[in-house]
Write a protein that binds this ligand. Structure first.
Ligand SMILES: [Zn+2]
Length: 177
């Protein structure tokens, strides 16, 4: 009988000890669980931050894209304006050129149609102003080559060595440019 009581007490003590061990294990497990939860929360926060960052970057990127597109459109507008201006200027230049040609043609036509009349007029003028014409012919003129030549000598001068050499130089410098 004494032995049985002793056995039960022993068993009871063993169970109590086991129970304590289990309790300790549960506490340890809960502690670990809490730590894992904490880590998970921290990771979640980091992910959130990264997502926020990504969103911000996307917004920045979109804004930059928009800005670039606007700048591009602005530049395109400017180019269009300049093209229009160029077109207008070209039109005006063409009109002026046509006008000039028309006047030249008109002068040529007039001269051809009135050749005799003009010849007579010139002859009359020369007769009337013989002294003046003579003075004009004899008055020295500065040629492009630098030589001073009398007007009535100009055509002969243009065949001279000095003038020809100057012409050649002019041509060469034109080629170089
Ligand atoms: Zn000359």
């Amino acid at each position: 009988m004494m032995k049985m009581v002793q056995d039960v007490m022993e068993e009871n003590k063993r169970l109590k000890e086991e129970n304590q061990t289990l309790k300790d294990a549960v506490i340890e497990f809960e502690k670990e669980n809490d730590e894992l939860h904490e880590q998970a929360e921290k990771l979640d926060e980091e992910v959130n931050l990264l997502e926020c960052d990504l969103k911000n970057q996307k917004v920045i990127h979109e804004n930059m894209k928009l800005h670039n597109e606007e700048a591009l459109l602005g530049a395109q507008d400017e180019i269009d304006d300049l093209k229009q201006q160029l077109e207008m200027i070209t039109k005006v230049a063409d009109t002026l050129q046509a006008e000039k040609q028309k006047r030249l043609d008109g002068m040529k036509e007039y001269r051809q149609a009135n050749k005799e009349k003009i010849c007579i007029n010139v002859k009359k003028y020369k007769e009337k102003n013989a002294d003046k014409v003579k003075a004009q012919k004899q008055s020295p003129k500065r040629c492009g080559c630098g030589a001073e030549v009398r007007a009535d000598n100009l055509s002969r001068h243009k065949k001279s060595k000095k003038h020809m050499e100057w012409l050649k130089e002019q041509e060469n410098s034109d080629v170089e440019v």
